[in-house]
Design a protein around this ligand. Structure first.
Ligand code: 3PY
Ligand code: MG
Length: 250
């Protein structure tokens, strides 16, 4: 199976990515049918275990969205498990150096390029019988840029062979550049613009987490290739709060 996100990236078409933190195949399936191009199962901050992730990836497979995962850390064994569960892209948090980036790429690629071990499991059910032959060219490798060191080492990270995209964590950047995750983000906003420009110059598309659809639209206008307009739990609870307010006439 081809990864249609690669074509969208090549053609400069925006990718809207759902962010899933609720451990439910039912809500994952609903989000995948909501018009998005990708859906990311967040195993770092989502309330989601590996078995939940398997069921959610199965549910996303029944939708037009491409199933992605955010792994908890740079752990090759864990990455190989979620790839074998049928993820077509891996977002890895807290990448800070070219060496870590190269390790991430190796974990997601079969030999001779990488060290991914054979055991495609559900990859075959999602990707098809020829999954192993094409996995390296279809699966997206996406390091997150959200540390001071990553910004310092950005040129070297962007130059690592096999990086398909970078994904910015604006909240962790706000922590380290503005001192807190609050409304005043002057310094981290400058960093975000700088990272985006460097990525563009290197020919690497950039994605970013956003608070909501309005911010996602601004990030698309700014030049981001992939945007995440909030996470499932926030969208669900904001919707309920609005319904309560409407009910009570507040
Ligand atoms: C961040 O903003 O730091 C993130 O990781 C968003 O997912
Ligand atoms: Mg983060």
């Amino acid at each position: 199976r081809r990864n249609p996100l690669r074509e969208r990236l090549a053609e400069g078409q925006t990718i809207v990515n759902a962010w899933l933190s609720i451990p439910s195949s039912y809500s994952a399936e609903g989000m995948g049918h909501a018009g998005v191009h990708a859906a990311t199962v967040d195993l770092q901050h989502g309330m989601i275990g590996p078995t939940d992730a398997l069921h959610m990836l199965q549910a996303i497979s029944a939708t037009p969205a491409v199933p992605l995962v955010r792994v908890p850390s740079l752990d090759p064994a864990f990455m190989m498990r979620v790839l074998d569960s049928g993820a077509y892209g891996v977002i890895c948090p807290m990448i800070s150096t070219a060496e870590e980036t190269a390790e991430l790429v190796r974990a997601c690629r079969y030999p001779p390029t990488g060290i991914r071990s054979f055991g495609p499991a559900r990859g075959l059910l999602y990707g098809g019988a020829d999954y192993v032959a094409h996995a390296d060219s279809e699966i997206l490798v996406i390091p997150m840029i959200e540390t001071v060191a990553a910004v310092e080492n950005l040129d070297a990270i962007l130059a690592v062979e096999g990086v398909d995209m970078i994904y910015i964590g604006p909240n962790d950047l706000a922590f380290v550049f503005d001192g807190c995750v609050g409304p005043d983000r002057r310094k981290s906003e400058e960093v975000i613009a700088h990272v985006l420009e460097k990525a563009k110059a290197a020919g690497i598309p950039a994605g970013i987490f956003c608070a909501d659809g309005a911010e996602a639209a601004r990030r698309v206008a700014q030049g981001f290739a992939l945007v995440t307009p909030g996470n499932d739990f926030g969208i669900l609870t904001r919707g309920m709060r609005a319904a309560v307010a409407e009910t009570l006439g507040a």
